[in-house]
Design a protein around this ligand. Structure first.
Ligand SMILES: [Zn+2]
Length: 469
C-alpha cells in the first residue's frame, strides 16, 4: 500500500512537472479548419430520438440474423446472393421505403470446388488451407512439389531461380491489412515470374486458431497463372521450420477452383426521398456479397443492415430530411467491385449532386465515429466534426483524417466526398474472410450503436438548410 502511494505521488509529481515545462519540441500543427457553418442545436432533439429508437429496437439484429442464418454466405454468382437480394427488395417495400429497386450488374462467377493440401514427406499430414478467390485450379491429380518458405518479396527476389518448380510459401507476419495484403494480391504472379508452380500465403491476420482466411488475388497478365491458397499461421510457421531445417518438405495441393460465365446480379437501392431537394443525395452503403465461407456477418452483412436500418428507422420516426438519403447494398465488392463501378456508370449524371457517400465495411463493432476522405473540402470536415458532437453521448464523435470504402471508391474518384463508418477494429481481422465470420460474433448493442451513429450523421447532413461542403 505504502509503495503504491509512493508511486502515485511520484506519478503526480512527474505529471505536474511536465505541465509546468515551457513548450519544448514543436508538435505538428493541425491544418486549421474553417468555422463550421452547421448549427447543431436545432438537431439535438432529433438526434436523441434517433439514438433512443436505434438502441431500443431489435430490428437490425433480427434482420442480420435472417440474412446470416437463413440465407448464409453470399459469393457473387451464387444462388444465396440472389435470394438475399430478393428478400431485401420484398422487405424494403414492406418497410414503406421510397424508390426500392435493383440495378442490374453482371458479376464474375468464381467457384471454389473441392480443395486440399497435404504434406507427403518428411511426414504425412493434412494441412489447413483455403483457396484464394480468383485463383485457377490445379490439374485433377494436384500439384506435387517441394516447398520453399520466404518471409518477404525481397527474400523471394534474392532466391530468384531457386524457386523454379517449387511451391513458394509466403510466411509474412501481419503488420497492417493494407501492407500485408500485398502478398495475397500479388504473391502468385511474383512467384510465377521465377518459375514457381504454386503459391501459399500465410493468412492476412494477426491471430489464428488454425483458421485460414480467403480473399481476392489478382494475376499479372504477363506471368503464368499458378494456383494460390491461404494457409493458417500455424501451417505457415510449420512449413517455415521444416524449410529452415533443410527437411525439404513435399506437398500436394489440389484445387478445383474455376470461373464460370459471368452471372446476373444487382445493386439494391432504397431511399427516403428528400422533402425539398430530392435530387441532392446522401449515399449510405455496404456490400451485400461475401466470401463463400462463414456467414458474411461482419463483412459485410452488418454494414448493409446498418444502411438499410438507417432509412427504415428515419421513416418510422417520421424524419424526412430535405435531401434524399439513399441506402445502397452493392454487389460483388469482394472479387470484382463490379457493383461500385456499375453504380458510378448508372448515376454519372447526378454525381455532382451527391453531397456525401458513407460506407460501412469495417465490421459492426462499437462505433467510434467516421473517417472522412483526406481529400474532402475543409468546410465539410469542419461541419462533420460539428455534427459528430451529437454523437458524443455514445462515444461515436471522432472524425478521422482519412476514410472512404472500396465500393464508393469509383464515385469518390469522380469527386464525391467519401467517408467510412469507423468502429473499434480490434478483432475484425481475427475473423475477416473466414468460416468464423458468423452472427455470434456480432454484439446486438454494438450493431444498434452503429445504426444510431449512421442515422444521426446521414439525417443531419441530408437535412441541413445550408450547404454541407
Ligand atoms: Zn467487406
Amino acid at each position: 500500500m505504502r509503495f503504491l502511494q509512493l508511486l502515485v505521488l511520484l506519478f503526480t509529481f512527474i505529471c505536474s512537472a511536465q505541465a509546468q515545462q515551457p513548450p519544448g519540441t514543436p508538435t505538428p500543427t493541425p491544418i486549421p479548419l474553417p468555422s463550421p457553418t452547421v448549427k447543431i442545436d436545432p438537431y439535438r432533439a432529433a438526434a436523441a430520438r434517433i439514438i433512443g429508437a436505434a438502441l431500443t429496437s431489435d430490428r437490425a439484429y433480427s434482420r442480420l440474423a435472417h440474412l446470416t442464418d437463413h440465407i448464409g454466405h453470399r459469393l457473387s454468382g451464387s444462388q444465396n446472393l440472389e435470394r438475399a437480394i430478393e428478400w431485401a427488395i420484398t422487405e424494403m417495400k414492406r418497410d414503406g421505403l421510397d424508390n426500392v429497386r435493383t440495378e442490374k450488374v453482371m458479376v464474375p462467377h468464381w467457384v471454389r470446388g473441392e480443395e486440399s493440401l497435404e504434406m507427403l514427406t518428411p511426414v504425412a499430414r493434412k494441412l489447413q488451407m483455403m483457396g484464394l478467390g480468383n485463383s485457377v485450379g490445379t490439374p485433377a491429380e494436384g500439384i506435387t512439389a517441394e516447398v520453399i518458405a520466404v518471409r518477404s518479396f525481397a527474400e523471394l527476389d534474392r532466391l530468384g531461380e531457386q524457386v523454379r518448380g517449387k511451391i513458394v510459401v509466403y510466411n509474412v507476419p501481419f503488420s497492417s491489412y493494407g501492407a500485408t495484403v500485398a502478398y495475397r494480391l500479388q504473391g502468385a504472379s511474383r512467384a510465377a515470374r521465377y518459375g514457381a508452380v504454386a503459391a501459399l500465403v500465410r493468412s492476412i491476420t494477426p491471430v489464428s486458431l488454425q483458421t485460414p482466411h480467403t480473399g481476392a488475388m489478382n494475376y499479372d497478365q504477363n506471368q503464368p497463372k499458378i494456383p494460390v491458397a491461404a494457409v493458417t499461421i500455424e501451417v505457415a510457421e510449420f512449413l517455415q521450420r521444416m524449410s529452415d531445417r533443410g527437411d525439404r518438405p513435399r506437398l500436394r495441393l489440389r484445387m478445383d477452383a474455376k470461373f464460370l460465365p459471368d452471372a446476373e446480379s444487382a445493386n439494391v437501392i432504397a431511399e427516403i426521398k428528400g422533402s425539398e431537394r430530392p435530387d441532392e443525395v446522401v449515399v449510405i452503403s455496404g456490400h451485400y456479397d461475401s466470401w463463400d465461407v462463414g456467414q458474411g456477418a461482419h463483412d459485410d452483412g452488418g454494414g448493409c443492415i446498418v444502411a438499410w436500418e438507417t432509412v427504415r428507422l428515419l421513416k418510422e420516426l417520421g424524419l424526412r430530411p430535405r435531401r434524399t438519403i439513399r441506402a445502397v447494398l452493392y454487389t460483388n465488392e469482394e472479387n470484382g467491385l463490379r457493383g461500385g463501378n456499375a453504380y458510378r456508370d448508372a448515376h454519372r449524371a447526378e454525381l455532382a449532386k451527391h453531397i456525401l457517400a458513407i460506407e460501412s465495411d469495417s465490421g459492426v463493432y462499437r462505433p467510434e465515429g467516421f473517417g472522412l476522405a483526406a481529400t474532402a473540402p475543409l468546410q465539410a470536415r469542419a461541419n462533420m466534426q460539428e455534427i459528430a458532437k451529437l454523437l458524443s453521448g455514445i462515444g461515436a464523435d471522432g472524425i478521422a483524417a482519412t476514410g472512404g470504402g472500396a465500393d464508393i471508391g469509383p464515385i469518390m474518384r469522380e469527386g464525391v466526398v467519401g467517408a467510412s463508418l469507423d468502429v473499434d477494429g480490434t478483432h475484425y481481422f481475427d475473423i475477416h474472410h473466414t468460416p468464423a465470420d458468423t452472427l455470434d460474433k456480432v454484439n446486438p448493442r454494438e450493431l444498434a450503436l452503429c445504426v444510431a451513429t449512421m442515422a444521426v450523421m446521414a439525417y443531419v447532413v441530408a437535412d441541413l438548410p445550408e450547404s454541407f461542403r
